[in-house]
Design a protein around this ligand. Sequence first.
Ligand SMILES: Cc1ncc(C[n+]2csc(CCOP(=O)(O)OP(=O)(O)O)c2C)c(N)n1
Length: 591
Amino acid sequence: MIETRERALLSGNEAIARGAWEAGVRVASAYPGTPSTETLQALVTYEDVDTRWATNEKVAVDVALGASLGGARALAVMKHVGLNVAADTFMTAAYTGVGAGLVIMVADDPGMHSSQNEQDTRLYARMGLVPLLEPSDSQEAKDFTKLGFEVSERFDTPVLLRSTTRISHNRGIVVLEDRAEVPVGGFHPDPSKYVMLPAYARGRHPVVLERLTRLTTYAEELVTEEGADTRVGIVTAGVPYQYVKEVLPEARILKLGMTFPVPVERIRSFAAGVERLVVVEELEPFLEETLKAAGIHVEGKAYFPRTGELSPDLVHDGFAALGLVEPRSSAPTPPPTVVRPPLLCAGCPHTVPYWSLKRLGAVVTGDIGCYTLAALEPLATMDTCVSMGASIGMATGLAASGGADKPVVATIGDSTFLHGGVPALMDAVYNQADITVVILDNGTVAMTGGQEHPGTGRTLSGEETRAVDLPALCRAIGVDDLHVVDPYDVSATLRAIEQAMAHRGPSVVITYRPCIEAPVRIKDRPFWVDADACTACQLCMNLGCPAILWTSETFEGRRKVTIDTEMCTGCTLCAQLCPPRAILPVQEVGS
Ligand SMILES: Cc1ncc(C[n+]2csc(CCOP(=O)(O)OP(=O)(O)O)c2C)c(N)n1
């Protein structure tokens, strides 16, 4: 834990954790997702906060809302697509309001560095009629988190705190303060506020709208105005503010701290003092459209891209097109970079299930996790990947369509299965879908850096807890054809999947083997290739293992292989596949 009254270099996520702690937060719940994950991992290092991983984002918001109604300041954290999962509670929490302050931190991923889409959370704020704060650096990330709790209590509303990849992962100096001691207020039953029957909910909707009017006035207090050059006025917020400052340091800038509700009248008076008004915002023309709808003449997305991240260069190009700056002098073209496609790790336990499916031939619905890389060569065994948990329902639908010319197999990781796959498996059993589900259990959330989940037997703070028994869960759901197999045993895995695919009705194969990276990197005796014995059959190459490399040596015109012993984890998979047994453990030959 960092001492108080100091300055520290913090990422945006760490600053949000610090802000929540300083605000006296008592309960924090999250489901991991880049770029938000480190927030709770930072918060768990502070005392006096009950910090926990949730099964999914909806549960995280449910937990935080419940804690808030109990009178404890509460935080929920997720990546942007997580709010889709939590949207049901989020939309109605806008009606119930809160007990103690409730902040929902959502990290957007413009440019999709590690996401399946680049939706803009500001649109959720508008749909839910919930205020949204947008920090532009680490200091503001901390300050706005604290402010979020105050706004939440003052206006009796959940508050969205929107970060983006650049805010969450960049570091900046942050002034540290003490923790506020905010006593737990206790639960005060109020069915007309917390039981959203239609009769009560009808009474709450006008309350939400009246609150929005007051919040719009309040949003005016959260703007900062700077710059002397009145030839152009720029409305911006979040990280684009930094780019604007870099490209046009003298420009007159109105930076918004709250981007929903939009302080339209404040912007109208700002517009009156400048010759032209320009909005610089990432992703959707959210502010621009709001201002245009209010009859304010503004320029924006005609000059700045609506997809991907902005950057100082893109902002410069937009200003140049607006005639505000000279175009950038064309920089010398950097030499082309060699693109290295992402691969599963050497020794990844997800390899053989996909290798088997490729051999057996199946329509494979995929899901989100490390294993999504099996969509790429050489495994290339995934036909769909849409959202967390979708693989099982989509497999059911594909099988029901009668349009699949091969058996239909859903593949899903352990965390993803618990997050959103369980109801879909129940549905498959209930409706007797003719599908096989392969649950790739590596005992961690590998994709986001190896977090715990309800199946691992450990909590976020490292304490032991009950672990979900996946085979027992599947049996309880009604899966009769169930196989549990070690994916390091190539023939057993192939056989189990083959048998499951031959079964009529729903079947499940659980492949269990811990991730080689989590919680500690597993490294066994590495293997090497006896070049004299290698017949260059290249079967081992089908695994896509990054430790297996080509050599210049050939056999009957085909290239032989070698193994990078530093990278090899000793998983034995390639040795099991090698017909001439040319792949051997290093120590066996005494080298
Ligand atoms: C709704 C949603 N929440 C979070 C994420 C971030 N995320 C991507 S995959 C994943 C889970 C991966 O874990 P698991 O299914 O166990 O597979 P592994 O990566 O361990 O192979 C998470 C949390 C996301 N993409 N979508």
